[in-house]
Design a protein around this ligand. Structure first.
Ligand SMILES: [Zn+2]
Length: 195
């Protein structure tokens, strides 16, 4: 892989306890940024990029704000998480993905009108997986597929060939995709947009 020559060097600035987790805040001063900061959350790491010349008091205030937002959202997600679904996801992770996948919460939601599942990436909800309660009475191998699909997005956020290769570790992938293709076809949807 080619490395960008001016990739900013990240420095760990804070470690913040968050329930059973510890969040790490990494800060990189980035000469390409002029006025505003950028940040993303990946697992338990908040990656912040700030303009090179930001003052240290401004930086502390900025980090306070970002950390507060992340903590608030994560606490909200954990209040809504679902123990059974969590256990099912852990089993799939152990059985097919060598236990290597990490997420924050997983829960059933009743407000997904189209999608069957989703996994967020990068913001305050990074690693929060939602499964539509519409599919709760679908065949178990399909529900497990939807869970495995969203889990696999922790490794590959898009539908790249690498993602499909990886997801094929779940043994009922082809059959479950056929089921979802049929479901999507019947309502005129692209199956890849549902999951
Ligand atoms: Zn997907």
């Amino acid at each position: 892989m080619k490395r960008k020559p001016d990739k900013p060097q990240a420095q760990v600035m804070r470690r913040v306890p968050d329930g059973p987790y510890t969040l790490t805040v990494e800060v990189a001063r980035d000469r390409r940024l002029r006025t505003s900061a950028r940040w993303t959350l990946h697992g338990e790491t908040i990656r912040v990029r700030v303009p090179a010349r930001v003052r240290s008091d401004q930086l502390e205030k900025l980090l306070d704000d970002i950390v507060a937002r992340v903590l608030k959202q994560r606490s909200r997600s954990r209040q809504r998480h679902d123990g059974d679904l969590e256990q099912r996801a852990s089993q799939l992770n152990r059985a097919y993905f060598d236990g290597e996948l990490r997420w924050h919460t997983i829960r059933w939601v009743g407000n997904m009108t189209k999608r069957l599942g989703s996994c967020t990436y990068g913001g305050t909800t990074d690693g929060d997986i939602r499964i539509s309660s519409r599919i709760s009475d679908w065949p178990a191998y399909v529900v497990d597929y939807v869970i495995a699909h969203e889990l696999a997005h922790r490794q590959f956020p898009n539908h790249s060939p690498d993602f499909w290769d990886y997801l094929a570790r779940y043994p009922h992938t082809e059959r479950a995709r056929g089921f979802i293709d049929g479901f999507a076809y019947a309502q005129g949807d692209d199956p890849d947009s549902l999951i």
